[in-house]
Design a protein around this ligand. Structure first.
Ligand SMILES: [Zn+2]
Length: 46
């Protein structure tokens, strides 16, 4: 795992609920590995 994350090169994932790609957010800094959905709304969908 890279330690520093460059602003222009944020990691992304695809949300299985809305099927849209979403980028890393600072609030997920601690548990990006376990982030699955792009938002709480999507997490509640399924
Ligand atoms: Zn979503």
């Amino acid at each position: 795992m890279p330690n520093g994350v460059a602003k222009a090169n944020l990691p992304t994932k695809t949300c299985p609920a809305c099927e849209r790609p979403f980028a890393w957010r600072k609030k997920w800094a601690r548990d990006w590995e376990s982030v699955i959905y792009c938002s709480d709304a999507c997490r509640r969908k399924r």
